[in-house]
Design a protein around this ligand. Structure first.
Ligand SMILES: [Zn+2]
Length: 211
């Protein structure tokens, strides 16, 4: 069985992906790189709570909402969905290791390198100056493109700027590509705002205590 979609909703011109928490709340999150966009779809251990890659449709939907954008004619098999989850979990461990200065695990490097060994999605330039994707794309082509993006990220100019969000209990990972390099939060809308509210309360309390 495979699932294919000629057109996916894409980002509707907005930056980042719309993340929907299992509790129903949602916010936009731009982790700064394609490979990191795969991480919020679930993960190892307690992150299984956030799992959304339950079948081929879900991986096709993710691809359309990612920075690859819509217009992908993509056929995905259930085996490729399982491979996507393995690649994602390896990418998370590699990114967390990098963010905390630990060495990468050899089996996680192997997972990325195995995925990258397949032919990637074929990008095409249109007369209107837009990017489109060649027909006949597969799940393994998609995962190769994601894995190659990870190789670029981990060896690139921003490799030292891979971070975990500074929010309490937030495990979202991003790469800070801003010029000043001071990004702390997954999103201002979510963890940044919570921090502001908490800091404000702390100031009020101190002011109360001073009378
Ligand atoms: Zn956060």
């Amino acid at each position: 069985m495979s699932v294919s979609a000629m057109d996916t909703p894409g980002r509707q011109g907005l930056p980042g992906m719309l993340l929907v928490h299992p509790d129903g709340s949602s916010f936009r999150f731009d982790p700064g790189a394609l490979c990191l966009e795969l991480l919020p779809t679930g993960g190892p251990g307690p992150l299984a709570y956030f799992e959304v890659l339950h079948g081929p449709e879900a991986l096709v939907r993710w691809a359309g909402e990612s920075r690859l954008a819509g217009g992908l004619d993509l056929a995905v098999s259930p085996a490729e969905v399982a491979a996507a989850r393995r690649l994602r979990d390896a990418l998370r461990r590699l990114a967390e290791a990098r963010a905390t200065g630990l060495p990468p695990a050899p089996e996680d490097l192997a997972a990325v390198n195995d995925a990258a060994a397949h032919p990637p999605l074929a990008a095409r330039l249109t007369g209107a100056g837009a990017r489109e994707w060649a027909a006949g794309a597969t799940g393994s082509g998609l995962l190769s493109t994601v894995a190659r993006d990870a190789v670029d990220l981990f060896t690139g100019a921003y490799a030292h700027r891979i971070r975990t969000c500074g929010g309490d209990d937030c495990r979202l990972l991003f790469v800070d590509t801003s010029r000043p390099g001071r990004r702390r939060w997954c999103s201002m809308e979510r963890c940044g705002n919570r921090h502001k509210v908490r800091a404000h309360r702390a100031r009020m309390t101190t002011a109360d205590e001073r009378g």
